[in-house]
Write a protein of this length. Structure first.
Length: 401
């Protein structure tokens, strides 16, 4: 893929783009056909070098040529106006796309999350976080397996933006497991998911630095980690958050006590689930000083409390994900390594997997769907993502199953 730089002239919020905006590494910032959400996201984009694929450059130039041709046909255009013309990066030249009709592309949602979680002082922070969280939950509700596949796979690949991806994954896990908590009330979904998404705003910069840090925490960093929950609550209160369930669940997401959940206050039940989901997602994630664990090992860390006893919140979480969730790697009896694509309907049901590595450790020429109910393809255990060197195309694999 060859990238060419593009000037940001003509970029406006609310209009679908005729190409995908990328960073210098080729990572998609805004997908083709999706709009820039708002001025905040536009500011984030303008602060970095922007690129598009070379093949999409011609499309933008044709748009510009069409604008010039239109101005010449209608007459009255000065040479200065034509010289100053820039492409109107809008495929349809219509009104901004209504929120409900916008494509729910994950890179776009992640970009918005990155901006909001990094700046709680942004204008209209609370309604913007509400809109963002609801869009992500809508997509989760429609595509649970595909969503888990993406984020659990990304967790093991040490994404560049660990802080944002981790927050989203914890929120998604809590959204799935929440209804299994004792005494669950549907109105708890909003404070639970918002608290999970914003749980680390008190140490966003530090968290991102720690992913790349090989040395143990120094005393200053340790103190920041210790105080980050309360610091996050203060930032959210300053941003306008006044929901006590949201604030208290966030305040206690690291110190919620263990024990029967039905004996705890609602906010502490939510905090306990966030705590277990946070631990589970962290174990799945790669850092410079620690390799990602297998999904089974991460599940064990979430299932047992600090005293080594089964934890109700951890049980609720694993009832939704299973021991080998979508995005996890498993070793088959034949020696192949496969990627899990879908959740099991029950613990004894076979997994839906695609083999990508043969028994000699080499990539398969063609990914192969395996039926794990057959003895040859029985799942023998989990494989840490760091042990797998292939880079799967998730969209193509989903078409196989």
């Amino acid at each position: 893929m060859k990238l060419v730089p593009i000037t940001p002239d003509g970029l406006e919020p609310g209009y679908p783009l005729p190409f995908s905006l990328r960073d210098i590494n080729g990572q998609v910032l805004v997908h083709r056909g999706s709009p820039i959400a708002d001025q905040q996201q536009l500011g984030y984009l303008l602060a970095r070098a922007l690129f598009i694929e070379e093949g999409e450059k011609d499309f933008a130039q044709r748009q510009l040529n069409a604008q010039v041709d239109q101005m010449l046909r209608t007459g009255g255009a000065t040479l200065g106006a034509i010289a100053a013309l820039r492409p109107e990066f809008d495929q349809r030249a219509t009104e901004p796309m209504p929120l409900a009709e916008r494509p729910l592309e994950w890179p776009d949602l992640e970009s918005r999350a990155r901006v909001l979680l990094g700046d709680t002082g942004a204008t209209r922070w609370v309604p913007r976080v509400d809109d963002l969280a609801q869009e992500m939950l809508n997509r989760l509700d429609r595509q649970v397996d595909a969503t888990l596949l993406r984020f659990i796979h990304l967790a093991g690949r040490q994404p560049e933006d660990y802080s944002t991806h981790h927050a989203i994954l914890v929120m998604l896990l809590c959204a799935l497991a929440g209804p299994r908590l004792p005494g669950w009330q549907p109105e708890w979904r909003r404070p639970l998911t918002r608290a999970a998404l914003s749980m680390n705003v008190g140490m966003t910069v530090l968290q991102q630095a720690l992913v790349r840090q090989a040395e143990p925490l120094n005393p200053v960093q340790r103190n920041q980690v210790h105080l980050h929950a309360q610091r996050g609550v203060e930032l959210l209160q300053a941003a306008g958050v006044d929901d006590p369930l949201w604030l208290d669940a966030m305040r206690h997401h690291h110190d919620a006590p263990s024990g029967p959940l039905d004996k705890l206050e609602p906010a502490i039940r939510l905090a306990r689930l966030i705590q277990r989901a946070d631990r589970y997602a962290a174990r799945l994630s790669a850092r410079r000083n620690r390799a990602a664990l297998s999904a089974k090992a991460a599940a064990q860390a979430a299932f047992f409390d600090e005293g080594g006893h089964p934890d109700e919140a951890g049980q609720a979480l694993l009832a939704e994900t299973g021991l080998h969730p979508p995005g996890a790697w498993v070793k088959l009896a034949c020696g192949e390594v496969a990627l899990v694509m879908k959740r099991q309907p029950n613990p004894k049901a076979p997994l839906t997997v695609v083999s990508l590595v043969n028994r000699e450790g080499m990539p398969l020429a063609v990914p192969a769907v395996r039926h794990t109910a057959l003895p040859k393809y029985k799942v023998e255990g989990g494989v840490p993502s760091g042990d797998v060197r292939v880079q799967p195309n998730l969209e193509q694999l989903q078409k196989l199953v």
